[in-house]
Every structure is written in structure tokens, then in C-alpha cells.
Design a protein around this ligand. Structure first.
Ligand code: HEM
Length: 428
């Protein structure tokens, strides 16, 4: 593990002098091993350095994560409490992730957060689960139609990374055309490449225009309900919360679909069952959350007082990064890492406590992901990896776990008869 050069003017506290960087190739290739080494060296809370040598604490222990996420008064979600903001350059790439100057629900606290969370829940609660399932299947079919006759495809670029955004956009009230455009910009924004900043602005504009349109002409969509339930009516707050619902809903669900399909295509236990039955889909989805949770590490929480956490002295205003991935292999809860997690829903992938993923979000994610995996296996029953398993590449990110591509091959299959025209076009 490497030690990055510290940012100018930032002197490291004694606790972090030998800390390792949260990043680099090993988080891509063998994250579980890295967490194990950190745990052996530091216990359940480890000093780490973020990009540019910025000190933070990585909470690795399952019990400590419950403690942190369960005590919102001591471990606040208010990013303005971070003691290092004055040292952080304007162009520091993790600024958006840590949440400076964001007015979204993610970084509000206390009573204000409770009211905003109620509005988000109300907006999502109005999505009919049967309609969500039907739409997910329909979008899945349209996407599969895009490559089924070819006999090959990339299940990340052509499927998993499109499905949740297209489904959510529909329920948020975007038109089909707008849904395709917004899906493109959200993926580009999350890729973090050269056009990411432009795409972020385009995503903001799309959400802002939708909110303005729904204020004028409310409909039966989640955006209209979010506006109606907003505790302040502030346009900026509504736009920010819509963006959180969309981005927090799309990306992890897309990775969950991809990671589940990878598991089913590479692990003999599932390969044998692929054509066999749908019950193995639930098993694989559960195991994908335990072993390759999309939400690996999340920033963050900020202690409001000096305190001791997992044996480490942490100071008010320190940055805590929550490692859900590490907690999933904590020997305190999984003494035998090889033992099956089947039927065990105690994973922390969706967080915990008042800032955890809303139940309506979890249920929507599960409906979309399950429909996506099942539709693919139904339509392409002999689907198989087109490359050796060891050639699959994970994204180089310590934050989200997902593949860069999942190339497959299968017997070419016919398109579905489309009852009302081909509404999905891959090159929108
Ligand atoms: C596999 C899919 C998903 C995963 C793994 C996931 C994970 C998470 C996690 C870990 C958090 C907590 C962040 C923290 O503690 O700081 C969170 C928050 C949130 N998620 Fe999800 N999520 C998923 C799907 C969704 C979906 C489909 C939606 C909505 C359509 C959604 C909406 C939200 C919102 C609004 C929050 C903010 C809650 C708050 O701060 O009060 N999520 N999610």
C-alpha cells in the first residue's frame, strides 16, 4: 500500500504518520485482503489517507459501524463540521463526495433532516410496486432487444448501467426521450472523466427543469409528490433531493445487477442453477451484497465531540469513512468467512440509522435488480462469459464496487414483439 504526498500546508497528526492511502490498485483487485491487513494492524478503526494525503479514519468493525450510524448526535452527517476544510484546495477531486456546500438531504441533520426524509419517503412510497416491476421488465426487455440478435453483448454498458436510471426516470416523471438523455449524463458524471463536470451541470439542469414543469403541472409521479411534501417548498432543496434519489438510486442498483450477474456467471454453484430456477437469483443477490457490496466505503460522519471509537482517540471534526465492505468480513460477525450468508439480511450495504437508505429505496432497488437479473436469464438462458473470469476488471474506486465490463455470449435470440413501437434507442 502506498503513502501519497501530503497536500501543501497539511501536516499529519501523529496518529496518521504511517497511515496508508484509501485507494490504489489493491482496492480494485483484493479489497478484502486490504481490510484484513488494516484490521490486523489497527483494530476496528484504522487511520487512512485520502487523495493528496488527507487524513481520515476508516471504520472497519461491524459493531463500530452500528455505533456510528446509530448515534447521529455524536457522529453527525453535517459535513461542515470537518476541521480540515480550510486546507482543502478548490480542485480537490473528492469535494463533491465529501459534500461541501451541498443542500441535499444527505448532509442535513436533526429535525430538518427528519422532515426532508419524510418527503423523500412519501415520494417513493407512492410508486406502485407492481407498476415498478412491470416497468422494470419492460425496460429490461427493450435493452435485451438491443443485443439479443447479435449473440454477444456487454452486460454492464448495454444493460446494468442503463436499467435502473431508465426505470427511475419514468417514475420521477421524465418523458422517454428525457429519460434516455438523463441516463447518459448520470453515467458520464459518475465515470468521473473529462466530461463529468459538464454532465453534472446537465443533470442538475434536467432535474431543475423537471421540478419547474411539475410545479406548473403536477402529475402522479414521484417528483410531484416530493414537491407537494416539501417542508419548505424551496426549489433548490427539492432539486437537490431529486438528484440524490436519482443518483443514490441508480448507481448502486446498477452495480448490484452487474455484481449479481458476474457471480451467477462465474460461480459453479449458480452456473449449475442458471437455467434451473429463479430462487437462485435471490440467493445470488444476497451473496453479491455480502461479498461485493456496491457501497464499499461511504464518506462520512464527523464527531461532534472528542471520543474513543474502536480504541482510537478521534477528535471533534475528524472525518470518519464508513467501510461497509470491511464490516461484511469482520471476524466478530463472520468467524468463518467461507460460511454461507444465505438467508442472512444483516448486511450493511444500505447503511443503518436515520441516514440509512430509506426502506422505499431498498425495496425499489430490489424490485428493479431482481426483475433485471431474471429477465436476462429468461431471455438468454445459455448466456455465458465471453472472456476468462480473471480478465474481468473492477472499477478503480474504493467507494463503489462494480465491473468495467461484463462481456457475454449466447445463442442469438429474437427480439420481443413491441406493442407500442420501439421507444428505447441506445444512441439517444
Ligand atoms: C443497491 C441499491 C442501493 C444501495 C446499496 C443503497 C445504499 C445506500 C446507503 C449506504 C445509504 C446511506 C448513506 C449514509 O449512511 O451516509 C443510502 C442513502 C439513501 N438512499 Fe440508497 N441505496 C440503494 C438504492 C436506493 C434507491 C433505489 C433509492 C431511491 C430511489 C435510494 C435512495 C436513497 C436516499 C434518498 C438516501 C439518503 C437517506 C438520508 O440521508 O436520509 N437508494 N443508500
Amino acid at each position: 500500500m502506498t503513502q501519497p504526498e501530503p497536500l501543501p500546508l497539511l501536516s499529519l497528526p501523529d496518529s496518521h504518520v504511517d497511515a496508508v492511502e484509501l485507494g490504489g490498485p489493491r482496492f480494485q483487485t483484493e479489497p478484502a485482503q486490504v481490510y484484513q491487513e488494516l484490521r490486523q494492524r489497527h483494530g476496528s478503526v484504522a487511520p487512512v489517507l485520502l487523495h493528496g494525503g488527507v487524513p481520515a479514519w476508516l471504520v472497519l468493525g461491524y459493531r463500530e459501524l452500528l455505533q456510528v450510524t446509530g448515534d447521529a448526535a455524536l457522529f453527525s452527517r453535517d459535513s461542515s463540521l470537518w476541521s480540515l476544510w480550510s486546507h482543502i484546495p478548490e480542485d480537490w477531486p473528492l469535494r463533491p463526495l465529501i459534500g461541501e456546500k451541498q443542500e441535499s438531504i444527505l448532509f442535513t441533520v436533526g429535525e430538518v433532516h427528519r422532515k426532508r426524509a419524510d418527503a423523500v419517503n412519501e415520494a417513493l412510497f407512492g410508486i406502485d410496486p407492481f407498476a415498478l416491476h412491470d416497468r422494470s421488465e419492460r425496460v429490461a426487455d427493450a435493452l435485451i432487444d438491443g443485443f439479443c440478435e447479435r449473440g454477444s453483448g456487454d452486460l454492464i454498458a448495454e444493460y446494468a448501467r442503463l436499467l435502473p436510471a431508465l426505470v427511475l426516470a419514468y417514475f420521477f416523471g421524465f418523458s422517454d426521450r428525457e429519460a434516455q438523455e438523463v441516463t447518459h449524463v448520470i453515467n458520464d458524471m459518475m465515470d468521473g472523466g473529462e466530461t463529468a463536470v459538464r454532465s453534472q451541470a446537465a443533470f442538475y439542469t434536467a432535474c431543475r427543469e423537471l421540478v419547474a414543469a411539475k410545479r406548473e403541472h403536477p402529475g402522479v409521479d414521484a417528483t410531484s409528490r416530493l414537491i407537494a411534501c416539501s417542508p419548505t417548498g424551496s426549489e433548490e432543496e427539492i432539486v437537490q433531493d431529486l438528484m440524490v434519489m436519482f443518483s443514490a438510486g441508480h448507481q448502486p442498483t446498477a452495480e448490484w445487477i452487474g455484481n449479481t450477474l458476474r457471480l451467477m456467471l462465474t460461480d459453479e454453484r449458480f452456473a449449475l442453477l442458471l437455467s434451473g430456477g429463479r430462487h437462485s437469483v435471490g440467493w445470488a443477490m444476497n451473496e453479491a451484497l455480502w461479498e461485493d457490496t456496491p457501497s464499499q466505503n461511504i464518506a462520512g460522519r464527523w464527531p461532534t465531540h472528542d471520543t474513543v471509537l474502536g480504541g482510537q482517540q478521534v477528535r471533534a471534526g475528524d472525518l470518519l469513512v464508513l467501510s461497509f465492505a470491511a464490516a461484511h468480513t469482520d471476524p466478530q460477525i463472520r468467524p468463518d468467512p467461507a460460511a454461507s450468508t444465505q438467508g442472512n439480511n444483516a448486511f450493511l450495504s444500505f447503511g443503518h440509522g436515520v441516514h440509512g437508505c430509506p426502506m422505499t429505496g431498498r425495496e425499489s432497488a430490489e424490485t428493479i435488480a431482481r426483475a433485471g437479473v431474471e429477465a436476462l436469464l429468461d431471455r438468454l438462458p445459455d448466456v455465458d462469459l465471453a472472456v476468462p473470469e480473471q480478465d474481468l476488471v473492477w472499477r478503480p474506486s474504493p467507494w463503489m464496487r462494480g465491473l468495467t465490463a461484463l462481456p457475454v455470449e449466447f445463442t442469438p435470440a429474437p427480439k420481443t414483439p413491441d406493442e407500442d413501437g420501439s421507444w428505447y434507442s441506445a444512441d439517444a
